[in-house]
Design a binder for this molecule. Structure first.
Ligand code: CP3
Length: 354
């Protein structure tokens, strides 16, 4: 494997000194890029694109061709796991993900198979290996998974949801059944992330996109507990380097101390938590990633630059900050606006690292 030419993302996650603040964007490969839409069209469906290692690699690298990003993220989806468990993932145009089957009874949970990483999810590992080869040490590659709770919400509902009707009916009505499902998912996510690490992922992020929909006791019992189990089961060193873990609970600002206590290396923050406050609360123990409001990318470049400066100053001098959006980039954002953000992070942060 070739030597990493730019490791400031990994260094910041481990709170080691850096020259400038590293930056990447959640959903940096995607529909806001015309070149993504072209490759997507060539591939067929979204899942066809995920299953084709060469095309998945191509779209992973597209944002790096345009912007001075400090990390690449595997092109795939969190819903590959429920798909590999036999639920039949498909995308209804304009309506987001759907499953042919749902999981709502104890028997349905018990009948769910634990997927085989090579047989059922080998296409993801092939994509990781292909991307690592093509990156050739340019920047580190991030692997990822959904959190057990976030995956469970899709599996129980059969699609995305606003009220979490079926997942919450199970959480409050049949908590033991939900625990069985979450335990199966935690085992699967651990094996999945470890397989990605062995295939070449140099850091991993767990997306707990819907953890913020829970009450505090429910969050601790049904989401955080399983992420902690995963953190403890992960390979933390590979190819002679630490493999940092990032936990991102969207809406998790009130639980930072609890999240930092899991043993994770870094926390992802959305924009509703002030970065400087988060640093004072937990920044002596973990790195922080975030937290630009993705909708602020609709503003003109000068306003984007000002907001980048405000966020950098909120964190303040020193390492331990990975700049990112507080959630995924929207498909209607002009690509030049993303470029303005990335350039501003590097230009405005140099003075914080002297
Ligand atoms: C909840 C969730 C999903 N997927 C993901 C999450 C967690 C992050 C978050 O909270 O946003 C994670 C994800 N999805 C995708 C990536 C790729 C890597 C990246 O560039 O960040 C990642 C990391 C590609 C994708 N995943 C999807 C697309 C759009 C598919 C297309 O090309 O039509 C992409 C680029 C499909 C997807 N997949 C999912 C949804 C809700 C959708 C539809 C979204 C929409 O319509 O905007 C589930």
């Amino acid at each position: 494997m070739s030597e990493l030419k730019n490791d400031r993302f990994l260094r910041a996650l481990l709170r080691e000194p850096v020259d400038v603040t590293p930056v990447w964007m959640m959903r940096q490969a995607g529909r806001y890029l015309p070149e993504y839409l072209a490759t997507r069209k060539q591939a067929g469906t979204f899942m066809d694109l995920c299953r084709n290692a060469d095309l998945a690699c191509e779209v992973t690298l597209q944002p790096l061709e345009r912007f001075d990003l400090d990390a690449a993220i595997l092109f795939s989806d969190i819903l590959t796991i429920p798909d590999a468990m036999g639920l039949g993932l498909y995308f209804e145009t304009g309506e987001g993900p759907r499953f042919k089957k749902t999981v709502r009874t104890e028997k349905e949970v018990q009948d769910l198979p634990i997927p085989d990483m090579e047989k059922d999810l080998g296409y993801v590992m092939n994509a990781v290996r292909t991307i690592r080869r093509e990156l050739n040490g340019r920047v580190p590659l991030i692997g990822f998974s959904g959190s057990p709770w976030t995956l469970a919400t899709y599996m129980i509902e059969g699609q995305g949801s606003r009220e979490y009707r079926h997942p919450k009916a199970m959480l409050y009505g049949q908590p033991d059944v939900l625990h069985q499902l979450l335990d199966k998912l935690a085992q699967t996510v651990t094996a999945y992330l470890n397989a990605q690490i062995l295939a070449g992922a140099q850091a991993v992020q767990i997306f707990d996109s819907w953890g913020g929909a829970l009450s505090t006791p429910a969050y601790l019992e049904f989401s955080l507990r399983y992420m902690e189990q995963i953190v403890h089961g992960l390979i933390r060193e590979h190819e002679g380097r630490k493999v940092p873990v990032i936990l991102f609970t969207k809406g998790g600002g009130q639980w930072l101390e609890h999240i930092a206590a899991t043993g994770t290396d870094a926390l992802g923050l959305d924009w509703t938590t002030e970065l400087g406050d988060a640093r004072r609360r937990v920044g002596h123990r973990v790195a922080l990633q975030g937290n630009f409001d993705p909708s602020a990318l609709f503003a003109p470049p000068a306003a984007i630059r000002a907001e980048v400066g405000r966020i950098l100053d909120s964190y303040g001098p020193g390492t331990g900050h990975v700049f990112n959006l507080g959630h995924g980039i929207n498909q209607h954002v002009p690509p030049e606006h993303a470029g303005a953000l990335i350039d501003a992070v590097h230009e405005l942060s140099a003075r914080l690292h002297r």
